[in-house]
Design a protein. Structure first.
Lengths: 241, 295
């Protein structure tokens, strides 16, 4: 079994309950505001669309929401010990992990993919398939980020910081300085898909070949989920620190 | 019915004494809070696990300075590859992570474990708490950027670069670092004080630092391509990172890395100063308001 409705409901409320949904909304809302502003002042411009969807949306918005949703789905519960109540129920622990992953993916998709598609259409009316390309890239990136950051949530108490180090330092800083670092970057993997979908004239390029990128994406997602299940399976209820 | 008191009842003197030592007063409590928070920001006095991240980030922060010095010494260049004023902006991802780590550490735990009333049982006021935390976060951020600057300064003097040039540049770098530290401390502390959950505070601080920054950079590229270079400078007002980059370039003789490479106009420069000061003042005001009722 891969999905349990009660666990999903609890996770969903932990992620988006109270005012959190509103705060999370601020990020995609900013993207839409910028898209409208650029369209109003600069008109339709494919380079501007690529710059904003690639440089802002895919490079920062998607990993950030991924970190918040992926680690937020499980890390706070482990941190304050309330995961015990969930683990003591007659539920397969793998089911708990996969359910939480589904919710994390759902939340990431809702807060990234939809706004990116709308922003892309606002920016250039999907000319050269740029909006579609980045939307598809955001979908696969969200899935992979959610799985990897969910795993981080089960590995460390500093999951949020480690996830941000991966997203900001490894992908952004090292990715710019050291070309080799780009091979192990979810952002580049998803960009290679975007490169394929967009028309040739669009200025989207990735350092990773498409087949490699697809394999790495699937491996990262499946392996991440499997190991998160393993971690939760062997989680000790009494903390050792 | 209670028994009547025994006729020989008396109170024994069992040797309790008054405290007659020196009363150290509010100033001492403020200093203690400052020092304790500052040490906590680098994980000193905490478990080895909590030292790992801040110290690790600090080492990464210092690495480019060491490399720069090594490069200057071996190649015999007559200036450092990265200017003092630009160092903080250059290492912004690391700096942002450190801020996101240190600020919630400083205030979220007090909120979560409700230790704030304990502080106010000492002779300090709510305002003192805010000032002490603000000062220690500023100091820890200042050290975080200032020590790598010091390393490159000492290294460049050892490499026999021009003393007068390096000293003025270093002094300017320290001024830029101070502004950098105060602005980021104000923003980080305000966000961290809103939530007792550390993880959420970390993510929120990073979002506030990075999303506007990347938004601003994207908009600048667009504005530059559209042929309105004047707009580039004004767009920079909307994120902390670009504010400081513009500020140090305009007033401290640094280089401006904005798209188009055009220096800010005087009006835009003045606006940068006003906006920086306004953000600091506003965050400080909101912080004191936040703590009027906390705990």
């Amino acid at each position: 079994m891969l999905y349990n409705h009660t666990v999903a409901r609890l996770t969903y409320r932990a992620l988006l309950g109270r005012r959190r949904a509103l705060i999370l909304c601020a990020l995609p809302a900013l993207l839409l505001v910028i898209a409208v502003a650029v369209r109003a002042f600069a008109g339709v411009d494919d380079r501007a669309a690529t710059e904003i969807l690639g440089g802002l949306a895919l490079a920062t918005l998607v990993p950030l929401i991924g970190v918040i949703a992926g680690t937020g789905a499980i890390a706070p519960e482990i941190d304050d010990g309330s995961i015990v109540y969930l683990l003591s129920k007659p539920l397969n622990r793998r089911t708990i992990v996969t359910t939480k992953l589904f919710v994390a993916i759902g939340v990431s998709l809702a807060f990234t993919v939809v706004p990116i598609l709308i922003a892309g259409i606002i920016l250039n009316g999907n000319s050269q398939q740029i909006a579609t390309a980045f939307t598809v890239a955001a979908i696969v990136a969200s899935v992979a980020y959610s799985a990897v950051f969910l795993l981080l949530g089960t590995l460390s108490r500093n999951a949020v910081v480690l996830g941000l180090i991966y997203a900001m330092v490894w992908e952004a800083l090292f990715g710019n300085l050291v070309p080799g670092a780009r091979v192990l970057s979810i952002q580049q993997w998803s960009l290679s898909l975007a490169e394929r979908i967009a028309a040739d004239g669009a200025d989207i390029s990735s350092d990773v070949a498409l087949p490699t990128a697809m394999i790495l994406l699937v491996v990262a997602t499946v392996l991440g989920t499997w190991y998160a299940g393993e971690r939760l399976r062997s989680l000790k209820v009494a903390g050792d620190d | 019915m209670t028994a009547p008191p025994a006729p020989d009842a008396r109170i024994h003197d069992i040797g309790y004494r008054r405290y007659e030592g020196e009363r150290l007063g509010a100033m001492y409590a403020r200093c203690s809070l400052f020092v304790h928070s500052l040490r906590g920001a680098y994980g000193l006095g905490r478990s080895a696990r909590s030292k790992m991240l801040p110290i690790g980030l600090f080492v990464i922060m210092c690495a480019p300075a060491v490399v720069m010095v090594a490069v200057v010494m071996t190649t015999g260049r007559d200036e450092l590859p990265i200017e003092y004023t630009a160092y903080g902006v250059f290492m912004q991802p690391i700096f942002g992570l450190y801020l996101a780590l240190a600020a919630p550490q400083m205030v979220s735990l007090d909120l979560r474990y409700k230790t704030i009333p304990l502080y106010f049982s000492r002779p300090i006021e709510r305002g003192d708490y805010v000032i002490a935390k603000f000062a220690s976060l500023t100091a820890s951020l200042f050290l975080f950027v200032g020590i790598p600057l010091l390393i490159s300064y000492v290294g460049s003097l050892l490499a026999k670069l021009d003393f007068a040039d390096q000293t003025t540049a270093f002094a300017r770098g320290l001024v830029a670092t101070a502004v950098f530290a105060v602005l980021h401390a104000a923003i980080g502390l305000l966000i961290a004080s809103m939530t007792p959950r550390r993880g959420f505070g970390v993510a929120a601080i990073i979002s506030v630092l990075t999303i506007p920054y990347f938004a601003v950079i994207s908009l600048m590229v667009v504005a530059d391509e559209q042929g309105s270079p004047d707009a580039v400078g004004w767009i920079g007002l909307f994120s902390p990172g670009s504010l400081l980059e513009g500020f140090q370039a305009k007033f401290l003789g640094g280089e401006l890395e904005f798209p188009g490479d055009q220096m800010l106009t005087n009006a835009a420069g003045a606006a940068y100063v006003v906006v920086i000061a306004a953000i600091i003042a506003l965050c400080y005001f909101l912080l004191t308001r936040r703590y009027r009722k906390a705990g």
